[in-house]
Design a binder for this molecule. Structure first.
Ligand SMILES: NC(=O)c1ccc[n+]([C@@H]2O[C@H](COP(=O)([O-])OP(=O)(O)OC[C@H]3O[C@@H](n4cnc5c(N)ncnc54)[C@H](OP(=O)(O)O)[C@@H]3O)[C@@H](O)[C@H]2O)c1
Length: 248
């Protein structure tokens, strides 16, 4: 018997994985998870999985029609700049319901010293004006704007090594993958005498310990704001996304 509802989950996040796990056994429901294909050996969600871009919004619309998709959940990362816009356009073209599942952003609390920026060029300019010892908690593809800083010691933490073509005058590379413990974040900031931390507002609890450690030490946080998203139905957690799917 054909599934009554066929959901496309645009994933690549913990939320996308958790939603696929939660929906896989619901009767009358078929799910397909989509990954961009950036990671060599990705952890695969249960159920059908497709990997790679669709070819823009029109390619996605064609895929939705071909596969008989009846609803879309955009669970891509808050800093995935393009996919949400493509999903909104394709859902509109095909006439499908679309839900955005996005974990809440972090907000500054008492004691925080945040400077919010829209891009890394702004962050680099702020650092050049007043920083001496900087912790960059960024992805390896995001480091180029910081390569020309002078008179600043950089501690770069990323999952994979920076591009060999990038030259940093004074940098230490720390290869590590979250989640990170508070005591380890405290130790890193203290042992390197960090005065500025640079990160993006990913939200969630896996990587927020660095913010508490920065607060305790009076470290300035240069925080990249989230990019804009289309105005669609939106929920903040997987349980609310399950409720949306059940109500379809
Ligand atoms: N950016 C981050 O910081 C970050 C962090 C953790 C995980 N991720 C995950 O990594 C993926 C790529 O991130 P990004 O920043 O490159 O996104 P992006 O800027 O929004 O997407 C760029 C292009 O990659 C393809 N794409 C993105 N997500 C896809 C998906 N789930 N399934 C199929 N194609 C997808 C689309 O290609 P077409 O136009 O050809 O369809 C899209 O136009 C996303 O799925 C995201 O959830 C990103």
């Amino acid at each position: 018997m054909a599934a009554l509802t066929k959901i496309l989950i645009l994933g690549g996040t913990g939320e996308g994985m958790a939603l696929a796990r939660a929906l896989i056994d619901l009767p009358g429901l078929e799910i397909v998870s989509s990954l961009a294909g950036r990671v060599a050996n990705p952890k695969l969600p249960p159920g059908a999985v497709r990997i790679g871009g669709f070819g823009g919004a029109t390619g996605l619309a064609a895929y939705l029609r071909d596969q008989g998709i009846t609803a879309i959940v955009d669970a891509t990362h808050p800093f995935a700049r393009r996919m949400g816009w493509n999903a909104a356009e394709a859902a509109n073209l095909v006439g499908l319901p679309l839900l955005r599942l996005e974990r809440p952003a972090w907000s500054p609390v008492a004691g925080d010293r945040w400077v919010e920026v829209d891009d890394w060029a702004q962050a680099a300019a702020i650092l050049q004006r007043g920083a001496r010892r900087v912790f960059l908690a960024l992805g390896r593809q995001e480091l180029a704007p910081f390569a020309n800083l002078t008179g600043i010691h950089l501690v770069i933490r990323s999952v994979e090594p920076p591009d060999a073509a990038l030259h940093f005058a004074d940098a230490e590379i720390v290869l590590a993958r979250g989640p990170f413990k508070l005591e380890d974040e405290r130790a890193l900031l203290t042992s390197r005498s960090i005065d500025h931390l640079v990160c993006k507002n990913s939200g969630g609890s896996a990587t927020d310990a660095k913010l508490q450690a920065a607060r305790e030490r009076g470290v300035t946080v240069v925080m990249q704001r989230r990019p804009p998203r289309p105005d669609t139905s939106r929920v903040a957690d997987v349980d609310a996304a399950i409720a949306w799917v059940r109500a379809l």
